[in-house]
Design a protein around this ligand. Structure first.
Ligand code: PGA
Length: 239
């Protein structure tokens, strides 16, 4: 069952999503949280930081697992997801532990196996934040004819490369592959918080909810999950 909460603005959507995470941490301070990158979660992470500073959220016993990372990429590269998470969240709040797939790992398959083992050892995800790509990807699970259940190395689609090229400078090499959490690991999260914001997501949102399971839209798997909360702003919801 998917609960749907329509918010008036992006800011309201971020506050609403932050409320769910705050409640989760109150209920279970040692929660394992799945986190996402991209432009959508930036306002949510700002909420986390201000609530942490106000003493309203405490991450000191929580562990974070990020969905994905480019590969290969240096951790210190300005466009690595490691850099993104450090800048927006990890350097500003007090997580007990953070884990992002290692974009510097020499063997991506070994790194994916390690990441999967770490996630399993942590007991899986209590709450997972997801955004959605314009092509329906979740994490870096790109549209495909089959979807690995566990973490894997993926070839990014032309659409994703195009969407993310805006972040890379002219002389910077944009990675064309990435490491991502697998669909089975996403699906195993106890509670999924799907945050969709902005008018550019209207089309994919319509397709996602048109009442069919499109196999070329990875996010469609979420329609079968027993505990998903969709927080969407009016712009993405089509007004
Ligand atoms: P965005 O990315 O938040 O920057 O739109 C979402 C995604 O690609 O998953």
């Amino acid at each position: 069952m998917m609960e749907k909460i329509v918010c008036e603005s992006y800011e309201e959507a971020c506050c609403t999503a932050a409320d769910f995470f705050a409640q989760q941490l109150k209920r279970k301070p040692d929660s394992v949280l799945g986190l996402a990158t991209g432009s959508t979660p930036i306002g949510l992470y700002e909420e986390f930081v201000s609530r942490y500073q106000a003493g309203e959220m405490d991450f000191s016993r929580a562990r974070a697992f990020n969905l994905d990372e480019y590969h290969p990429i240096e951790a210190t590269h300005p466009q690595s997801y490691k850099t993104f998470m450090d800048e927006h969240l990890f350097s500003k709040v007090n997580f007990a532990q953070t884990r992002i797939p290692n974009g510097e790992a020499p063997d991506p398959n070994i790194e994916c196996a390690k990441y999967s083992a770490d996630l399993e050892a942590a007991g899986g995800l209590d709450m997972l934040l997801l955004g959605i790509g314009h092509n329906g990807h979740v994490g870096f699970n790109e549209p495909a004819s089959s979807y690995p259940l566990e973490a894997y190395k993926v070839d990014l689609t032309g659409e994703t490369l195009e969407a993310n090229s805006r972040f890379f400078g002219e002389n910077e090499i944009q990675p064309i592959t990435a490491l991502t959490m697998g669909i089975g690991q996403i699906f195993a999260a106890k509670h999924i918080l799907l945050l969709i914001c902005g008018a550019s997501k209207v089309e994919i949102t319509k397709k996602l909810f048109e009442g069919k399971l499109h196999t070329d839209i990875p996010a469609c798997f979420l329609l079968l999950h027993p505990n998903v909360t969709l927080v969407i702003d009016r712009a993405a919801n089509g007004g």
